[in-house]
Design a protein around this ligand. Structure first.
Ligand code: NAP
Length: 308
């Protein structure tokens, strides 16, 4: 391996530590800590893990975190009623509804829920008002994962301005806002998706390649220019032992971790990319911790803005 590993855990710890004085000052001033409401519907195992990590990180940083659970059988109306209650609450400065919602809630349910969250409490940055402000370069609450990627690049000394950034994935929550944030930092940005012809060829022209697809190890060495920075946003649970052994090799620590747990979270980037890239985020321990750190930062920012 030749790529420099970009340590998301360490960068996230720095950001969380730098938020602490602000949280303490807010708590002293307001007589209560900044409050974050997290809504989890159903029992998706990956969501359970993400939410547990968000609750712990919030508590560790001095926030008041209120986890609200609804059963998988809850209706969209039940969820909208809960969001309305959190919107009206004085103690909740931020509201996050964990995706994905149960399929039974119907197509478009997530967007209806994001639309219903008070934009001032929208710590995920998914409300159309906040998306519009993001496009105009004046967002107060920016989506956590893409803004976390910018923090990784900045704090690792990787220049963005004037570089060619290629984003694979065009989702509302990662790909599109990622491209906007890179554009605002003066990168030349190409957005790719499932209909892009010659994807490896396009990706290989990137100085900064960002993979946000959700397909384990899809981005192989042929997608990467020698020395490029590669950011792996993908997190897909894999429960097929054969896949893990093929990717990481017999006797690898990753295979041992798989044997212990029966599944492993795998990124979009193939392990062999480490031989080509100049810098690379690992999975786990890359972008994921930043997503949480930026959520805490957004909650503090929302609390401070509401208190004005
Ligand atoms: P998504 O909504 O499913 O979007 C996936 C995107 O990838 C789509 O735009 C899709 O293109 C594109 N895509 C799929 N297959 C492709 C292919 N073969 N070639 C090129 N493009 C392809 O997913 P998402 O919510 O953006 O999440 C992406 C990944 O990031 C997932 O693994 C998710 O778990 C992970 N994630 C991680 C974090 C974190 O904190 N680390 C946070 C959020 C998401 P089309 O639009 O053409 O279908």
């Amino acid at each position: 391996m030749t790529a420099r590993l970009l340590d998301g855990q360490a960068i996230a710890a720095e950001i969380r530590a730098s938020a602490l004085p602000g949280v303490q000052a807010f708590t002293a001033r307001a007589g209560r800590p900044p409050g974050l409401g997290i809504v989890l519907v159903g029992d998706n195992p990956a969501s359970e893990v993400y939410v547990r990590n968000k609750v712990k990180a919030g508590n560790d940083t001095g926030l008041w975190v209120d986890l609200q659970r609804l059963p998988a059988t809850a209706s969209l109306d039940d969820l909208l009623a809960l969001v309305a209650r959190l919107n009206a609450s004085d103690r909740h400065d931020g509201i996050l509804v964990q995706s994905p919602l149960p399929a039974a809630m119907g197509k478009g349910a997530a967007q209806r829920v994001f639309d219903a969250i008070d934009p001032d409490k929208d710590v995920d940055g998914f409300h159309p008002v906040n998306v519009g402000k993001l496009v105009q370069g004046r967002a107060h609450l920016k989506p956590c994962t893409p803004s976390g990627v910018i923090e990784i690049l900045d704090r690792s000394g990787i220049a963005i301005a004037g570089r060619h950034a290629v984003v694979i994935g065009r989702s509302e929550i990662v790909g599109k806002p990622m491209a906007m944030l890179l554009l605002q930092r003066d990168a030349t940005v190409t957005i790719c998706h499932s209909k892009t012809p010659d994807l490896p060829g396009v990706a290989a022209r990137a100085d900064i390649l960002i993979a946000a697809i959700g397909r384990p190890a899809f981005v192989g060495p042929s997608f990467v220019a020698p020395g490029a920075t590669v950011i792996d946003v993908g997190t897909t649970p894999v429960s097929d032992r054969g896949v893990i052994e093929r990717l990481y090799g017999a006797g690898s620590p990753r295979l041992a971790a798989f044997e212990k747990r029966g599944s492993l979270v795998v990124g979009d980037v193939h392990p062999k990319v480490a031989d080509v890239a100049g810098a690379l985020t690992p999975v786990p321990g890359g972008v994921g911790p930043l997503t949480i750190a930026m959520l805490l930062k957004n909650t503090l920012a929302a609390a401070e803005a509401r208190a004005l």
